[in-house]
Design a protein around this ligand. Sequence first.
Ligand code: VGL
Ligand code: ZN
Length: 194
Amino acid sequence: MKVKINDFDALIVVDMQNDFMPGGALPVPEGDKIIPVLNEYIKLFESNGNPVFFTRDWHPENHISFKGYGGIWPPHCVQDTKGAEFHHDLYIPSDNKFIISKGYSRDFDAYSGFQGTILNELLKERGIKRIFVGGVATDYCVKNTVIGGLNLGYEAFVLEDGIKGVDVNPGDSEKAINYMLSKGAVLINKNEVK
Ligand code: VGL
Ligand code: ZN
């Protein structure tokens, strides 16, 4: 399927933070391998004048998603730490880009970039109709951001070559992709986008 970027498209890059990369606190295997292709998408959207949204997990150090505080995850993406920073190879445009922090309150977690944020309002203000979503993890925050967007009425494209999953249980990422497709998302890769 060929897709031509129009004025009502936005790119959403999910959680490309050090803690989700190999060597980080909650690594997504090969999470860093998608950076070059994500950078291509980011530059394509930037050169077309389209906005790029970067979500980030932004947890307090006693966050409820952490082991020891009622959650299942090792502490990760603690506010203002190196682990919460974006991978330094990720290209961040200087203009028309937005950083969306989520999971920033101790007792509230968010796998979706829409939960507890103004992402929907920012997209609406700009007349965005279609979202293109890449990043990590396919089976958590990418999935929930895509589903959140579909539920809000956006058309959603999932960047097949720009996502990676954690697969806590083998097959989780594949299931997540099938679930997103069943809800109306469309899988695309870089060769199909102009
Ligand atoms: C995520 C687990 C915990 C994600 C965030 O970004 O997919 N996964 N917090
Ligand atoms: Zn988290």
